[in-house]
Design a protein around this ligand. Structure first.
Ligand code: NAP
Ligand code: F7E
Length: 348
């Protein structure tokens, strides 16, 4: 049974990737950050008690800011494949917590590479590493962007991802390690964190429809993104590690829409006029914005045989329908006298 180790297993991509790998027959191990509350909501449906002989998903306390935990987990798990998805992944927040973002995203990747390097030397075993690179690394570079486009990062998050990308390339060249960089454009789903713009919009629309909210505060509506479905993108990650040689691949749909287009499409699903509810709040502007990302993923399509299955319209509908149902459940709770979590208060 192949074994995979995932950092960031409790995030959006971690949950889709775990489900995908379990389905392929893998034993899946994940790094779990200690928190005062349980943060495993996205993978609870996949988890079985480790005493159950059928259990194939295991969690280990560890952190990308703690190199010794990484080394210990590597020796314990002996993975065939490592997916480095762990990150402080919010671009706006990275301006507020720049040092921390660099520590997790850039130095965290370096810690993982060093741990794997030592592990391979001392045990003689080999493992393949996937690095979660981002279209944010292209930043202000002219679209369409592909593997040959020069990086022009526009946030501490993006700069840290560029550093991680180059660490990975360097370890590939210096030590012959199998390290592949995926450069993934935005990908979304009903599991998307609620402070990213797509989910912020679909959560708010659901709540407006349910009478739980009236106003949605947003920032720049003109930014354009190449939005795909997370479920399609984790398949590309796996495909990259099935190759014989490590490489760099852009993964994208090849279509871009503005935040305004997303609002139009999403509110169309429930027949709402968003202009009556959306207000612009400059707190959501970024000190340096990324205006236009549009990916050219011809290399991945040719070399991996990957292509997206879910269209923009289908993605938006999937997210809106999910969040309309979630808000309906919240409405029931509120009507019964319970309180529901306050959302949208953070500056993100
Ligand atoms: P996400 O939902 O924000 O999940 C991030 C994950 O990283 C969570 O499991 C989080 O744990 C974990 N994490 C945070 N700090 C950590 C630390 N110090 N040590 C270990 N784990 C830590 O992100 P995502 O959307 O799934 O994205 C996955 C990866 O792809 C990230 O590296 C992201 O930067 C990158 N990426 C995402 C996109 C996209 O559009 N989604 C596009 C390109 C690249 P907690 O649950 O405990 O917070
Ligand atoms: O912003 C604009 C905002 O935060 C998209 C991360 O997964 O994808 C993600 O980064 C656009 C930006 O995603 C609000 O200014 C307007 O132009 O959803 P987002 P992102 O910054 O593109 C990349 C590929 C990653 O790697 C990252 O980890 O939407 N926008 N109004 C807003 N954005 C937010 N969050 N909130 C607003 O109110």
């Amino acid at each position: 049974m192949p074994k995979a180790l995932i950092s960031g297993i409790t995030g959006q991509d971690g949950s889709y990737l775990s489900a995908f790998l379990l389905d392929k027959g893998y034993q899946v191990h994940g790094l779990l950050r200690r928190a005062s509350t349980l943060n495993t909501d996205r993978i609870d449906h996949l988890y079985k008690d480790p005493h159950d002989p059928a259990a194939r998903l295991f969690l280990h306390y560890g952190d990308l800011t703690d190199g010794s935990s990484l080394s210990r987990i590597l020796r314990k798990v002996e993975p065939d494949e490592i997916y480095n998805l762990g990150a402080q992944s919010h671009v706006r927040v990275s301006f507020e917590q720049a040092e921390y973002t660099a520590d997790v995203v850039a130095t965290g990747t370096l810690r993982l590479l060093e741990s794997v390097r030592d592990y391979q030397v001392t045990t003689g075993k080999r493992c393949k590493i996937y690095q979660a690179g981002s279209s944010e690394m292209f930043g202000a570079a002219n679209p369409p962007q592909n593997e040959s486009t020069e990086f022009y990062p526009r946030s501490p998050y993006a700069v840290s991802k560029v550093a991680a990308h180059w660490y990975c390339k360097n370890y590939r060249e210096a030590y012959g390690m199998f390290v592949t960089n995926g450069i993934l454009f935005n990908h979304e789903s009903p599991m998307r964190g609620e402070t990213f713009v797509t989910r912020k919009i679909t959560r708010a629309l659901g709540r407006i429809k349910a009478g739980l909210q009236d106003t949605l505060f947003l920032g720049n509506l003109d930014a354009k993104r190449d939005w795909g479905f997370a479920g399609d993108y984790v398949e590309a990650m796996w495909m990259m590690l099935q190759k014989n040689k490590p490489d760099d691949y852009v993964v994208a749909t090849g279509e871009a829409y503005s935040v305004r287009d997303f609002l139009d499409e999403a509110s169309g699903v429930i027949g709402l006029d968003w202009s009556k509810h959306v207000k612009i709040d400059p707190r959501y502007f970024r000190p340096t914005e990324v205006d236009f990302l549009l990916g050219d993923s011809s290399k991945a399509r040719k070399a991996l045989g990957w292509k997206p299955r879910v269209s923009f319209k289908e993605l938006v509908r999937m997210m809106v329908e999910h969040d309309v149902e979630l808000a309906r459940q919240e409405r029931t709770l509120v009507t019964a006298g319970h309180s529901v979590a306050l959302r949208g208060v953070a500056n993100a």
